[in-house]
Write a protein that binds this ligand. Sequence first.
Ligand SMILES: [Zn+2]
Length: 96
Amino acid sequence: MPACCIINCISRTDNAHKIKLFRFPKDKSIRQQWIKACRRNEKEIKINSARICSLHFANECFEMKWTMPRSTNVSATEICRLKKNSVPTMQLHVEK
Ligand SMILES: [Zn+2]
């Protein structure tokens, strides 16, 4: 199971089914801000597998999108997406 990169994040133990994990963005400057939010250095984080969970983004960072069904017997589902250029700002300093 992938886990959130934020130190002491409660998503590891609590309410895990409600929480979404997001991959690091490709955009370099935004990615730097994600890394900073983790309070780790770039070498410590495996960017390709690292995730940050939805607890660390403000509500306005999310948008709902309908997926395109791949075939006629699959119905469209609404998914929660992270808006481009969103940066984690919430619950970054969680005490144990
Ligand atoms: Zn988290």
